[in-house]
Design a binder for this molecule. Structure first.
Ligand SMILES: [Zn+2]
Length: 114
């Protein structure tokens, strides 16, 4: 693993973010919300510590953190919420996939997928 892929501390819980699969920053990158150059400058955070993002991952392999009801109500519209869940879950699956593929980081984002 490259040096820049490890050793970042989560801004929320202060524990190291050991793997990009547990990184909310990388998930945002895969989703196209963060630019590649921002990966190394932006604060790192665990997915489980990023409730805004983690609440939209709906997958049997993802153990959701516990949320209070206030957070769950950020998107009251059912359809909007489902769309966002589909998009972010797809990004999360993509993140797990690219780690296995060993492809260049610039090919990580979903929009680069052929
Ligand atoms: Zn954390």
């Amino acid at each position: 693993m490259a040096k820049c892929d490890q050793g970042y501390l989560c801004e929320y819980c202060s524990e190291p973010v050991k793997n990009i699969v547990e990184s909310s920053l990388y998930l945002r990158y895969v989703l196209g919300e963060v630019e590649v150059h921002e990966l190394f400058a932006a604060p790192e955070r665990h997915l489980k510590c990023d409730h805004d993002l983690a609440q939209f991952i709906k997958h049997e392999k993802f153990a959701p953190p516990e949320f209070d009801t206030e957070i769950k109500q950020t998107i009251p519209d059912e359809e909007q919420r489902k769309n966002k869940e589909a998009r972010i879950t797809a990004g999360w699956l993509r993140l797990r996939e690219v780690v296995q593929l060993g492809i260049p980081i610039t090919d990580y984002p979903l929009s680069h997928q052929s």
